[in-house]
Design a protein around this ligand. Structure first.
Ligand code: HBI
Ligand code: FE
Length: 285
């Protein structure tokens, strides 16, 4: 979810603090919003056992999110004990630098508003269901939690080097749309996938998209589209692979990448580790 949206942002930014946080005001949610949350939760919870990784599933079971829009402060008590992360309520998308600053301090921004019923199947901006159901369970995994903080610290440096776009690609192809290899086959951990009614199945079962091995430079070189299913999913062999990838200083990578043409989302290169070569028409070339 990059901050570059061409439409006005939906949230109410009028009451936010200098760090873009607001109070969740849980009592303001209407009964029909809790009912919509339950419908969204029930649809995804039925799909998670088959398509989501064990780390995600183990956390989701412990969180008991199905009854109503969660109270961030109640979950924070469990999250702090598990990985020292804290959820902070925000009106919606926040500027890149603000976002990275929160992540670098183990604070995850969660949007407070919920989509409208007609957006049941698709929403452009992240709402509380995307942010909470999609992102929060993985913050309970210690290795992934450390990756998210390392990502935030990297974002602050990338911002200084004008390399935000490359880092946004890393976030997009891992945190939002990442797959992981397991003994039982490929599973998802990406928030954008696990919170989507259609893409959770598509990402694992469809013959259309490519499924390629994660490689940091390859991912940071690859464009993405925000309003269609992904044409390529990248697969990590474990979350420590993600954390280790963020260890080195990225500045040399940015210099290498600045000298290379970005790749189309559908590209497959000779050096790629190919789990599945996509069959979609756009791949023909
Ligand atoms: N703001 N609330 C919020 N949530 C995001 O996921 C988010 C953001 N601002 C910027 C941003 N993501 C992107 O720039 C990052 O994906 C790089
Ligand atoms: Fe997200």
């Amino acid at each position: 979810m990059t901050g570059q949206t061409d439409h006005a942002l939906r949230g109410d930014y009028s009451r936010m603090r200098p760090d873009y946080t607001v109070d969740q005001d849980w009592d303001v949610y209407r009964p029909e919003e809790h009912a919509l949350w339950r419908r969204l939760f029930d649809r995804q919870a039925a799909l998670v056992p088959r398509y989501a990784c064990d780390e995600y599933r183990a956390a989701l079971v412990r969180l008991d999110l199905g009854a109503a829009i969660p109270r961030f402060d109640a979950i924070n008590r469990k999250l702090a004990a598990a990985t020292r992360w804290e959820l902070v309520a925000v009106p919606g998308l926040v500027p890149d630098l603000v976002f990275f600053e929160h992540l670098a301090n183990r604070r995850f921004p969660v949007t407070v508003w919920l989509r409208e019923p007609h957006e049941f199947d698709y929403i452009v901006e992240p709402d509380v269901f995307h942010d909470f159901f999609g992102h929060v369970p993985m913050l309970f995994d210690p290795v992934f939690a450390d990756y998210m903080q390392a990502y935030g610290k990297g974002g602050l440096k990338a911002h200084a080097l004008g390399a935000i776009e490359m880092l946004a690609r890393l976030y997009w192809y891992t945190v939002e749309f990442g797959l992981v290899e397991t003994p039982a086959g490929l599973r998802t951990y990406g928030a954008g996938i696990v919170s989507s009614g259609g893409e959770i199945r598509h990402s694992i079962e469809s013959p259309e998209p490519n499924r390629l091995g994660f490689d940091l430079l390859r991912v940071m070189r690859t464009r993405y589209k925000i309003d269609t299913y992904q044409e390529t999913y990248f697969v990590v062999r474990g979350f420590d692979e993600l954390f280790e990838a963020t260890e080195p200083d990225f500045a040399p990578y940015y210099r290498t990448l600045a000298a290379q043409e970005p790749l189309a989302a559908s590209a497959v290169l000779p050096g790629d580790r190919v789990y599945h070569r996509g069959a979609a028409p756009t791949q023909a070339a």
